[in-house]
Design a protein around this ligand. Structure first.
Ligand SMILES: Nc1ncnc2c1ncn2[C@@H]1O[C@H](COP(=O)(O)OP(=O)(O)OP(=O)(O)O)[C@@H](O)[C@H]1O
Length: 327
């Protein structure tokens, strides 16, 4: 991609780490980098999607900058995806978990990311996840069980940033989180059946900013990774190990990869399910079908010279039973 001439900066003022100072700094840095820049603040949930959709039309910007959290990036993605040659999406960390930012840029300071992305832009065409039952699309990932259950409590607690999700997870452990009877199928083969603490599908490696739920996931390999935790591994231990992605080698944790993942609850009760941080409220659904949509979104990401730094963030653990469960 050539150096962008125009940028639309979309800021979510309701996102977890929003500040007027950061917005002003981002605006200044874009101007200093050279492109013409417009700034728009989202006014309500869903607004970012409409802004992104409008940006795909004639006269739209070369780059759409998301200054919000994963929810803002998700909304922008839904407005861009499906429009060939759409403006490239640059994700900056203005939210709480900021998992997508970490996935793409590790923990590099956002100011240097902005400068790099605008002066030497590198476009990566990343996969998306299509959820058949909701007809929705995810970028970061999807999950059932523990992580899905703690989303709403996380929004309500007083903690900020990544602590918000961690506090909700620890609260859930304290009050007793009930596993559910589940089944997970990958490309038609059952990889897990029985008591389930959570099933995570990526997408990205990180969830809640801090946990490497699917540590081997690659954003643009045309495949979905799935990691399922049963009850053999105590849940506090699961959370501790998941910070570095070390849970995947432990007894009771299954890791697999494929183009279609089906997540089910087998006792007839509704399956708690979220994607990109939004809980699905579809009544009594017990099953969700996730298909990869290969290379469907253009994002600005680290080029070759910065990739090494980011890949150091990747775990070196080999998942348990990798030979049979990773295709
Ligand atoms: N003006 C607004 N008022 C209220 N909510 C808004 C507004 N603009 C956007 N939103 C909503 O804010 C929600 C939270 O945004 P976002 O997910 O980006 O931040 P976060 O939850 O703090 O971060 P993360 O998802 O990284 O943990 C989104 O679901 C979005 O729809």
């Amino acid at each position: 991609m050539s150096v962008p001439k125009s940028v639309l900066l979309v800021v979510n003022p309701a996102a977890g780490s929003h500040s007027a100072d950061v917005t002003a700094e981002a605006l200044r840095l874009v101007r200093e980098a050279g492109p013409a820049v417009d700034l728009l603040l989202t006014r309500h949930p869903g607004h970012a999607r409409a802004l992104a959709r409008a940006a795909t039309g004639p006269g739209g910007p070369d780059v759409l900058v998301s200054l919000g959290g994963d929810g803002t990036a998700h909304e922008l993605m839904t407005g861009l995806a499906g429009s060939p040659g759409h403006p490239a999406l640059l994700v900056l960390p203005g939210g709480s978990g900021n998992s997508l930012y970490r996935e793409l840029w590790s923990d590099r300071p956002w100011q240097s990311v902005l400068e790099t992305a605008l002066s030497a832009p590198h476009v990566r065409q990343v996969d998306l996840i299509r959820v058949a039952e909701t007809r929705g699309t995810a970028l970061l990932g999807a999950s059932t069980g523990l992580a899905a259950q703690t989303l709403n409590p996380a929004r309500g607690n007083a903690a900020r940033g990544r602590d918000r999700y961690e506090k909700a997870l620890l609260d859930a452990l304290r009050t007793g989180f009930p596993p559910y009877p589940g089944r997970v199928t990958v490309d038609g083969a059952e990889v897990h059946s029985g008591d389930t603490v959570c099933a995570n599908v990526g997408g990205g490696r990180y969830r809640a900013g801090r946990f490497m739920a699917c540590p081997h996931s690659v954003l643009d390999d045309g495949l979905l990774d799935v990691c399922v935790a049963g009850t053999a591994l105590p849940t506090p231990e699961l959370l501790r190990l998941a910070r570095e992605g070390h849970h995947v080698v432990r007894e009771g944790v299954v890791y697999a990869r494929g183009r279609r993942v089906v997540l089910e609850r087998t006792d007839g009760r509704p399956l708690l399910f979220e994607y990109d941080g939004d809980l699905v409220r579809s009544g009594d659904a017990t099953r969700y079908t996730l298909d990869v949509v290969p290379r469907a979104l253009r994002v600005l990401a680290a080029g070759a010279s910065h990739r090494a730094e980011i890949s150091q963030d990747r775990t070196h653990e080999t998942p348990r039973k990798a030979s049979t469960q990773i295709t």
